[in-house]
Design a protein around this ligand. Sequence first.
Ligand SMILES: [Zn+2]
Ligand SMILES: [Zn+2]
Length: 743
Amino acid sequence: MFYSIEIRGVVQGVGFRPFIYNLAASSGLKGQVSNNGYGVLILLDACQEELDAFVQKIRANPPPLCEIDSIKITQIKKTKSFECFSIQMSESAKSLSSHIPSDIAMCAECESELKDKTNRRFEHPFITCTNCGPRYSIIRNLPYDRKNTSMDEFVMCKKCAAEYENPHDRRYHAQPIGCHECGARLSLLDNKGKIIESVNIIDKAVELIAEGKIVCVKGIGGYHLICDATNDDAVKLLRERKKRPSKPFGVMVEDIDVAKKIAIINAKEEELLCSNRRPIVLLKKRDDNSLSDFVAPNINQVGLFLAYTPLHHLILQRLNTPIVATSANISDEPLCTTYDDIMKLRGIWDYCLEHNREILNSCDDSVAFVENEKVFMLRNARGYAPLYLRLPQTTSKKILSLGANQKSTVAITVEDSVILSPYIGDLGSLSSINHFKSHIETLKRIYDFTPDVVVCDKHPNYESTKYAKELVAQNQEVELLQVQHHYAHILATMGVKGITTKVLGVSFDGTGYGDDGNLWGGEFLVCDLEGYERVGQFKYFKLIGGEKAIKEPRRVALGFLFEIYGDGVFNLNNPITNSFSAAEIKTLYTAYKNGLNSPLSSSCGRLFDAVASLLDVVQVCSYEGESGLLLESLYDENITEYYKFSMQDNEIDFSQIAKQILDEENSRIAVSKFFNTIVEIIYLVQKKYDLPLVLSGGVFQNRVLLRLIMKKIPDVILPESFVSNDASIAYGQAIAALNLKTL
Ligand SMILES: [Zn+2]
Ligand SMILES: [Zn+2]
């Protein structure tokens, strides 16, 4: 009998064809295997029992990087007779649903070769094989063949070519392979662009880092700014030059043993740190850690990640100290991926360790944390991107969703999946908007995709909304759909958990545009796939100064003071009023009373800001999410009380809680009671509805809050292994577009 076996999932570029070849050969079966636009296609000459055993072996023990979505078996007419089992070269057909593999950390076998003096790739900074190395960041097009990657300009030497062509070799068809002779090369530059000659470039770069210099290092999907993480002066210098006063830096270490000296690490966190995706993991700092206090000031957490490229290993092995490794970009601007980009930042770095393998698709480091044995992502990028997510139903519509404005991601639908771009960043500048557009073009090019529906947010001023409208204006055939921000959030969590029934969604975040034109962000929504009803919210409060209030918690708190004391605020003497001049307070009071540039908001994220200001934890933020992180550090789990609150007409009036916080003398008690109150509010509302409770929104990146909710409501549904911030919006929008018929 003849069978065709079509396998979909992450099956290209992961050693799948040689795996099949060896499997068939060892079973004495005849046929062939090839990549096609969908994944891998096998033609097999076998009887039923042989077929069953063959497929069972595929499922039981696939190659490490492979992820099988589906295996479709069809009996076919004999087309040709097979002499043996062979591997066919790729068809040039464009891909429809073949998955692009992510960039994966160096594997253990490559690591031991890297350190083996007798190996011909000893200390080759780009050592890689079928089981590891760059993928997404070097792909220009599908199918994933060397000619479609940025490795196309490196001609393999005889030895590499022999490995590449041998199905029994670990490097069989490993597209990025090379060696000292034929692979990519390092170079070291100073910040004038002058090449620094050295016998051993890595030794020289390490010497410079050890001296306290800031060295820019080209990695997989971008560049890092690197300095010695134990050197106060170096870290301070990097902060000054990067104009980043206090936002925590990520720290890279050589291995898990070094990580354990810096942070307290449980088994799940260790597994995540050591996984081949190698995200930055937020961990609790050890009191006696060796890091400079300037790495993550005033907070009890630190983001650590293990070396993931051979070059990182070679640096850390020599340096023997943890390094700050922060993405090289101007704040809120896209990652640098080229020499020209990096030269624009030469005021920040002293030297640059460059190489000549081109980065085609930028991809930042991923960031994650573990709470209650569950993994939560703060940023889905390297190692995870592009992310393939399920749709609740198969669609023939070609949906392009453009996400929100901050933590931008974009997505396209292919049949029953959504392909989500890596984290793009905030669309706050011309270059980030161009970057956003180029991510859309990449998806369109690789997947040969032309949208017939474009989905965006309802916010009229989001760059993504403006672009959606441009796209639709250019092509009348394309349908436009605008989806409410907080509904999209809940749909995203429902999507990752495969929920299609009615739920109670709690969508707490910074701000999103509401149906009434106000800034929502503390919403209780009864949702299903068809739509939603808003059943609860924080009572609207005024954000004095609009956008400015987002960076200045003191403005949010001042609003509550005006509400509680009226013009009595002029006589108050507290850290909030003292942070403004008397004249400023008078002006702001007038604005507040008359609603001038003081939009109404129900945002829970802003309430965290208000509390941080009321307790004088922070008055003006230097980075997003600062108030939440600082409050987390003050939480005391021995305090179980909460503040009185009431819900009237489906509204919770936070000024009642603010009053109680003002009367509290101890900040730790106030912070702890505030967290407990938010949990009690969610608990109270969910009791009113006999529905599954689904959470989403940036506020739920707060670990203390997550921990408390999971304890209080054990069956709560959370966006595990996915993000809860605005990077999830594009996915939620795509789900909304399956069912929503009208604007
Ligand atoms: Zn490897
Ligand atoms: Zn070679």
